[in-house]
Design a protein. Structure first.
Length: 142
C-alpha cells in the first residue's frame, strides 16, 4: 500500500491533469485541493478532499475533518483554524478563502447532508462516536 503522501500526490496530479476531476473511489465526487501552511513548519501543504457546496451561497464550500474516522483530527484542520485563511483549487480555479468552524445544530445539519450523499461519512462518524465530533469548516472565497 502507498504511503498517504504518495497517495495524496497521485490524487493531486490527477486532479490538476483533469480540470478538478479524479477517478477511483472519488469518481464523480466534488473534490477540492486545500492549501494550508504548516503551523509548526511554515511549509505550504496541499490536501485533496471532498467538499459540499453551500446550497444558498456560491462563495462557500464545506470541508470535513474526518481523517477517515481516526480518533484525532487531521493536521490540516489545525493549520487552517490557527491561520483562519487558506487557498483552494476548485476545478481549474485557485483562490484565497477565510476559514470558519461550524458548530452545534448547523454543523450537525451540514454533516448529515454530506453523510446522506456519501455514506462513508456516516461510517466515519460512527467510528468517532464518543471520541470526537468531526469538525466542519466553512471555506469562504475571500
Amino acid at each position: 500500500m502507498s504511503e498517504p503522501r504518495d497517495w495524496n500526490s497521485e490524487i493531486i496530479a490527477e486532479f490538476r491533469e483533469n480540470q478538478g476531476r479524479v477517478g477511483g473511489p472519488f469518481e464523480g465526487a466534488p473534490m477540492v485541493l486545500v492549501h494550508n501552511r504548516g503551523r509548526k513548519t511554515g511549509r505550504e501543504l496541499v490536501s485533496p478532499m471532498m467538499y459540499l457546496a453551500d446550497a444558498d451561497d456560491e462563495a462557500v464550500i464545506y470541508v470535513f475533518a474526518s481523517k477517515a474516522g481516526a480518533p484525532t483530527n487531521p493536521d490540516w484542520y489545525y493549520n487552517l483554524t490557527t491561520a483562519g485563511t487558506g487557498e483552494v483549487e476548485v476545478g481549474t480555479e485557485r483562490y484565497p478563502v477565510t476559514v470558519t468552524e461550524i458548530t452545534g445544530a448547523e454543523r450537525d445539519r451540514i454533516y448529515a447532508v454530506q453523510a446522506g450523499r456519501y455514506p462513508g461519512f456516516a461510517g466515519y462518524e460512527e467510528k468517532t462516536a464518543g471520541i470526537r465530533t468531526i469538525p466542519v469548516l466553512a471555506l469562504r472565497r475571500a
